[in-house]
Write a protein that binds this ligand. Structure first.
Ligand code: UDP
Ligand code: MN
Length: 264
């Protein structure tokens, strides 16, 4: 095992902890040789922390950072995203020399340890604005200096979308043009929205997906799952795009999977 590199995710409440749990279980089931860390805040219950501690190497408590930039977030229809600035604390994990951050709403489909071959700051394009990266999956190098610079940036300039993605795109503004090796292939952060925006490409390249990202307001843990029938439902009777259904179902299968025993 590599002890100075880690996958990192974040949960600020028990709902997102369910997502984080699946992230950890998948990493483990696919035999990562790296450490796994989940950052939690004070609102995460003891029960959720105990479940996370059975899956992750480290459950790390961090302070909530909140942009309180309501105007911009309400414009995006996502007032809950201010708290995503808490993500910036991943740069303070200086016991590791390199890390890969994963949002709690991703499904890791295979071993993705090769991401550690990449340098800071590597990420995949955002499907909504491809000159911006999506901040759901990124490679970074913990550093207290960078951590301080990011917090200072947040205080002085805020974030153009009120969340971590806007801030990180302004901060790592060279990403779009400087070094193509820092552009992760889209299959490392396949946003489920691509099913709606570019279905033929999804059908062509989707089978190669390594990490699926349930971007947007509807997360797998908002759905209902019938364990007997192995079926996923949306509460209001509506259904998913039929191409998303297998991923939703797989997320729930992973969720109920017992924790694999051999974890080094
Ligand atoms: N997050 C969290 N609590 C929240 C909102 C977000 O812990 O209330 C964390 C979680 O790791 C999540 C990430 O911040 O995956 C980014 O938020 P989200 O995935 O909801 O944004 P999207 O990817 O839909 O833009
Ligand atoms: Mn996300």
């Amino acid at each position: 095992p590599v002890t100075d590199q880690a996958f990192v995710t974040l949960a600020t409440n028990d709902a997102y902890s369910q997502g984080a749990l699946v992230v950890g279980k998948c990493l483990r089931r696919h035999g990562t040789s790296r450490q796994t860390v989940v950052m939690v805040t004070s609102h995460v219950s003891q029960g959720a922390r105990a479940a996370l501690a059975r899956v992750f190497h480290q459950v790390k408590e961090v302070e909530v950072l909140d942009s309180s930039d309501w105007a911009r977030l309400i414009m995006m229809g996502r007032p809950e995203l201010g708290v995503t600035l808490t993500k910036l604390h991943c740069w303070a994990l200086t016991e590791y020399s390199k890390c890969v951050f994963l949002d709690a709403d991703v499904l890791v489909l295979c071993n993705v340890d090769e991401l550690f071959d990449r340098q800071e700051f590597s990420a995949a394009p955002d499907p909504g604005w491809p000159d911006c990266f999506n901040s759901g999956v990124f490679v970074f190098r913990p550093s207290l200096q960078t951590h301080n610079q990011l917090l200072q940036w947040a205080r002085e300039r805020g974030s153009f979308d009120g969340g971590d993605q806007g801030l990180l795109n302004s901060f790592f503004s060279g990403w779009a043009t400087e070094d193509i090796s820092k552009h992760l292939p889209f299959i490392y952060n396949l946003s489920t929205s691509a099913v709606y925006t570019y279905l033929p490409a999804f059908q062509q390249y989707g089978p190669e997906a390594k990490i699926v990202h349930f971007l947007g307001a509807i997360k797998p843990w908002h759905c209902k799952y019938d364990r007997q029938k192995e079926e996923v439902y949306l509460g209001d009777g509506s259904t998913f795009h039929r191409h998303l259904y297998p991923f939703m179902k797989q997320w729930w299968t992973e969720y109920w999977q017992p924790v694999a025993p051999s974890f080094t």
